[in-house]
Design a protein. Structure first.
Lengths: 258, 329
């Protein structure tokens, strides 16, 4: 009996999963399409990534993991956030009157369209970011340049927090692209926000801990687990806007006339 | 109240943008089943706004829309599965080929692979895209892009096709092939077609019914014959080759002919009344018998859709205010 009951439960679970999957098929198709398109564009710009590694190897001649990571994080926080939010700024407003009309006049729901944009834009940035650090850590490990007592847990926390910062900037970019009719307005607003958040550290001691720059400045202390700031607070500070951006963008886009 | 014989039915449809511009004003539209309906109007008349409201892309400020018997809303994705829409100057992902784009659209409609692939092949053939099927869309001409758009509108085998200015920007060859394709879809494949255009010649050639919109207001709706009747002038235009004098003399002798003018190879013959119009025609043609002057072409007084369109716009301009007042009284 127990076996039959378990079998029934398993079948129910599978049928629920399949139903959910078929309902979200459009969302998955859209997201996959976006990711493929973005990847194609990213591959065309691979020379930029290659150039980035050449510059990086020149700067970090000591091949110390802390210095290399600090320099790479610096580049991602100061330039990556800006570069990542620019395509996001035009991902919806650039398609209104064109592909967005074509898709939404078919069986695509507005939330599916907006969420597919968020998912694809965030994923592409995170994949590039993760690959960069994957290569760096891989090279240093192969060359036996990572200290034995190196705290990977703390290190991953910092990398995760910077990934959150990148996600937050991308999310704001997508949100602005649903608000403004032209990509140029979204880009200007994103740049303003970028300036505000990145240079927030210069405002005062209380605010400065939430600035991504503080993560780079205190990387050594974080790795030694001697930094007095709770990392979850920074994680929360960066996560809440992402959720708010997704909710607001979905609501705004639902109200929007195309 | 919904009209079950209508594919599209709107009541008091109104759209005001930013509380400033009235784009569509109190529009009552009924598109009959199995018709090719031409939605005609000058630039900025409100054609595209109406179409976007019909598709649920724009929220009306007031009024209701029913498409295929169901109320259209912004989230009516199920209803939109039965519609094929071609926007003005359609834009597609440039890196895609017609095959990959149609496959992507087919997936969005959730069409299974075993149906999707043969349908894509058929559409590529029927729209004449076979030689271009593996080329990137960015290399395509306007006419070729329109054909990709038409193929994409047909991928879900829709009951209703909504085409917004499908012949805009096309050269004569592209225009003819697009017009023929629409006629084929409407007449031989039984699709309901709703198309907007300001190219009157295309509407005249393609459509069975017509709606004329000006300044957001529907000023006429009916069959093509009905709109032409509006400008019926009891005149006949005869294009001739040769000296006109003898023919003019003979025409003046016909009992119901009241007026004969000649201007640059065209003789205009006025007939006294609508009732005598049909009786006078055989006599008019008869004057060319045993005469060296050759009749090149013949045009009745109600043939020109352009004249009908301009007359309606003029009437609307002069009577619109009066009608609005009487309606409110």
């Amino acid at each position: 009996m127990d076996f039959l009951e378990q079998l029934q439960k398993t079948f129910k679970k599978i049928s629920v999963f399949l139903k959910a999957k078929s309902q979200n098929l459009i969302f998955l198709t859209l997201s996959w399409h976006e990711i493929k398109l973005n990847f194609k564009q990213a591959i065309q710009k691979l020379w930029m990534l290659a150039l980035f590694f050449i510059v990086l190897s020149g700067i970090t001649s000591t091949l110390d993991i802390a210095i290399t990571s600090s320099t790479t994080l610096f580049i991602f926080v100061f330039f990556g956030t800006m570069v990542a939010s620019i395509p996001a700024d035009s991902c919806i407003s650039g398609e209104i009157g064109g592909l967005a009309d074509s898709l939404l006049s078919k069986s695509v729901k507005r939330w599916q369209y907006v969420l597919s944009k968020f998912l694809s834009q965030i994923l592409i940035v995170i994949i590039i970011y993760a690959s960069t650090f994957g290569i760096i850590i891989g090279v240093l490990e192969v060359l036996n340049l990572v200290p034995i007592l190196f705290d990977y847990c703390q290190y991953m926390s910092v990398l995760g927090l910077v990934a959150l910062v990148l996600t937050m900037f991308v999310s704001f970019g997508v949100l602005f692209s649903t608000i403004f009719p032209k990509p140029i307005f979204s880009i200007i607003t994103s740049l303003f926000l970028w300036f505000l958040l990145i240079f927030m550290f210069s405002v005062g001691p209380w605010v400065s801990i939430y600035s991504p720059v503080s993560l780079i400045d205190n990387l050594g202390l974080i790795l030694l687990d001697t930094w007095g700031v709770k990392l979850w607070k920074i994680a929360l500070f960066n996560s809440v806007p992402i959720v708010l951006c997704i909710i607001s963008a979905t609501i705004i886009f639902y109200q929007k006339d195309l | 109240m919904s009209n079950i014989d209508s594919i599209i039915h709107t009541e008091a449809l109104t759209k005001i943008f930013s509380r400033k511009k009235i784009a569509v004003n109190d529009l009552y539209l009924d598109v009959p089943k199995n018709s090719i309906y031409g939605f005609m109007g000058p630039n900025g008349a409100g054609k595209t706004t109406t179409i976007k409201m019909i598709l649920g892309l724009i929220q009306p400020s007031a009024g209701t829309i029913q498409v295929l018997g169901e109320k259209m809303r912004k989230d009516s994705a199920k209803l939109r599965r039965q519609i094929g829409y071609l926007p003005t100057n359609p834009k597609f992902p440039e890196k895609m080929t017609p095959i990959t784009y149609l496959d992507f659209v087919g997936k969005i409609f959730g069409i299974p692979k075993q149906i999707r692939i043969p349908r894509i092949t058929e559409l590529i053939r029927s729209t004449g895209l076979l030689p271009l099927s593996s080329s990137e869309i960015k290399k395509f001409s306007t006419g070729e892009i329109t054909r990709v758009g038409i193929a994409a509108t047909l991928i879900n085998d829709p009951k209703l096709l909504i085409l917004d200015e499908p012949t805009l920007g096309l050269d004569p060859i592209g225009r003819t092939s697009t017009v023929n394709l629409i006629i084929e879809l409407g007449n031989n494949r039984g699709k309901n077609v709703f198309l907007s255009s300001h190219i009157l010649g295309d509407i005249d050639r393609i459509c069975t019914h017509v709606g004329i919109i000006n300044d957001g207001k529907l000023i006429f709706t009916g069959t093509i014959a009905e709109v032409k009747k509006l400008i019926h002038t009891n005149t006949v235009e005869l294009q001739i080759d040769g000296e006109p004098d003898s023919i003019i003399q003979k025409l003046k002798l016909i009992p119901n002919v009241i007026n004969v003018d000649f201007d640059r190879y065209i003789i205009r013959v006025g007939i006294d009344s609508k009732e005598n119009y049909a009786n006078a025609l055989p006599q008019i043609f008869g004057v060319f018998k045993n005469d060296p002057v050759e009749l090149i072409s013949f045009k009745s007084g109600s043939e020109n859709l352009e004249s009908a369109f301009l007359k309606l716009l003029e009437d609307e301009k002069s009577n619109g205010f009066l009608r609005a007042i009487t309606k409110n009284l």
